[in-house]
Design a protein around this ligand. Structure first.
Ligand code: PXP
Length: 250
């Protein structure tokens, strides 16, 4: 079972550097350059989601990240044959399996593992055999956690989106309920021997209660950091997130 040794890791998601680049169809700004700045600012890993529609990160970005990063790459992908073969070609340090819908603006919910246990068990087996650390992005739901455990995932990433949205909307009772179930499910997943990560929608205002959960080993944060970098620069934006995380961890 994972212990609580080591500091909470920060994975910086650079997808939305590619979103800005793709708005003009050229090569600027370069997500790899952002990833290098993130490394210098203390990111423990870089996360990139190659979506089926290639709306932000491209295949060429994944090639370059695989080649040039000094910190581990966390490759987010849908459970499709195409993505599996790309992952097996690159063998990134980690893969995170996420649900994907073409019409969504972002990854709206967690993966439905319980209903697709058999397919997903077969899907992740070759990734594990290739040496990738396999994470499953799920809601804080005991059924999904148990299913992720049964299919052989080493890690679950808990979706913090509902908690963050409730905070942003001033729905504090809902926010506190979401936070309580994230706390309870982090402890439950850890008790099964799963490594626990969390992410989606986290900001300076919402990160600390999640960072304070002792079972959480890694946070993956993107959109807010790239947005904040417009105002203060990417390196200071990441350093401030790092400071808040370390502070919460105490
Ligand atoms: N974790 C996962 C699995 C995600 O899909 C995303 C969004 O791509 C994030 C973390 C980061 O979310 P955000 O960009 O809102 O910080």
């Amino acid at each position: 079972m994972t212990d609580f040794a080591g500091r909470l890791r920060l994975g910086v998601n650079i997808d939305h550097v590619a979103t800005v680049r793709n708005a003009r169809g050229g090569a600027y700004p370069d997500p790899l350059r952002a990833a290098k700045i993130a490394e210098d600012a203390g990111a423990d890993g870089i996360t990139a989601h190659l979506r089926e529609d290639r709306r932000h990160i491209s295949d060429a970005d994944i090639d370059r990240l695989t080649e040039m990063l000094s910190v581990p790459l966390n490759f987010e992908m849908a459970a499709t044959p195409e993505m599996q073969s790309i992952a097996l070609r690159h063998k990134p340090h980690a893969v995170c399996i996420v649900p994907e819908k073409r019409e969504e603006k972002t990854t709206e919910g967690g993966l439905e593992v319980a209903r697709e246990e058999n397919r997903l068990a077969h899907f992740i087996a070759p990734l594990r055999d290739a040496g990738c650390r396999v994470s499953i992005f799920i809601a804080a739901d005991q059924r999904q956690i148990e299913a992720a455990h049964r299919i052989g995932a080493q890690v679950i990433e808990l979706h913090t989106g509902a908690y963050c949205d409730a905070h942003a909307d001033g729905e504090y009772e809902i926010r506190d309920r979401e936070l309580a179930s994230l706390r309870e499910m982090s402890a439950y997943a850890h008790s099964l021997g799963l490594e626990v990560h969390a992410g989606h929608g986290l900001t300076y205002d919402t990160v600390q209660p999640i960072a304070a959960f002792p079972e959480v080993m890694e946070l993956n944060i993107g959109h807010f950091l790239i947005g904040e970098s417009i105002f203060m620069g990417l390196e200071p934006a990441i350093r401030e997130m790092r400071r808040l995380m370390d502070d919460a961890r105490g």
